[in-house]
Design a binder for this molecule. Structure first.
Ligand SMILES: C[S@@+](CC[C@H](N)C(=O)[O-])C[C@H]1O[C@@H](n2cnc3c(N)ncnc32)[C@H](O)[C@@H]1O
Length: 238
């Protein structure tokens, strides 16, 4: 978890220094920077990265069983450390399109009454779990750029009886929220998919209130991973 500072420049400096702890080269490999040094100075991402990501996640919303390359769904959530009882209590529709890479809710405690942004909310699993933690006096705003995911998130929240969520269409690099409007940003496996990472980080800090928190779960490549090993793994933008 990263706590923000009222001075956005200082906050960003702290993020960079925390996230850049693992040194490495600065080249893009299928949309993922080779290390988070790449956040500051990175080569051009593939031109079709965004459209590939859109297509891939629209497909995951509609037909999660077709995803064979990466772990998704309730079993993946449990492996990543979500409470099995919480996952089992949700409907299949609420968990089957889960594509997170970690558990941002485990990075800090959400408090009753807080306003939370779930950036790249997908089908809404994290949003629903977060909404239950902040309670009716709080709210979770899920943002995603894929309409099929948002439609599923709305249906899932309603089916789960969660009324303190709202799902908005938007891009991570141009968030549809006013400055200083949320207490916490949670995000799960989204940052690595974004071409302009400095812009996305700037947006996250713009919408956070002073003293707000960022609970970010994501992937980064460590320097020892070879291009050949990576080639075999593929990417969400494939
Ligand atoms: C790995 S999934 C994670 C979804 C959800 N957080 C979860 O844990 O299941 C990534 C999500 O981020 C969305 N996404 C990717 N890039 C985005 C961007 N630049 N702006 C907004 N949403 C984005 C995708 O549509 C997808 O729903």
């Amino acid at each position: 978890m990263i706590e923000t500072h009222p001075d956005p420049d200082s906050a960003l400096c702290r993020v960079w220094s925390r996230l850049s702890a693992s040194a490495g080269t600065k080249r893009w490999v299928a949309g993922i920077p080779r290390s988070l040094d790449g956040l500051i100075a990175m080569n051009e991402p593939p031109a079709d990265l965004e459209s590939s990501v859109r297509d891939r996640f629209a497909a995951l919303a509609c037909d999660p069983a077709a995803e064979k390359q990466f772990p998704v769904g309730p079993s993946s959530a449990k492996r990543l450390g979500y409470c099995a009882d919480d996952i089992d209590a949700l409907s299949t529709a609420a968990t089957e399109s889960f594509a997170g890479v970690g558990n941002p809710l485990a990075l800090g405690n959400l408090r009753v009454g807080e306003i939370v942004l779930d950036l790249g909310c997908g089908a809404g699993m994290d949003s629903i779990l977060a909404a239950r933690r902040v309670g009716p006096s709080g709210k979770v705003i899920g943002v995603d750029m894929v309409e099929a995911m948002l439609a599923k998130a709305r249906t899932n929240a309603e089916a789960e009886g969660v009324v303190n969520t709202e799902f908005r269409t938007g891009r991570a690099d141009a968030l549809p929220l006013p400055a200083g409007s949320v207490n916490v940003v949670i995000t799960n496996g989204v940052f690595n998919l974004c071409a302009d990472k400095p812009r996305v980080a700037t947006e996250m800090f713009r919408v956070l209130r002073p003293g707000g928190r960022l609970q970010l779960a994501d992937v980064l490549l460590e320097p020892h991973v070879t291009p050949e090993e990576l080639e075999g793994k593929g990417a969400w933008s494939d």
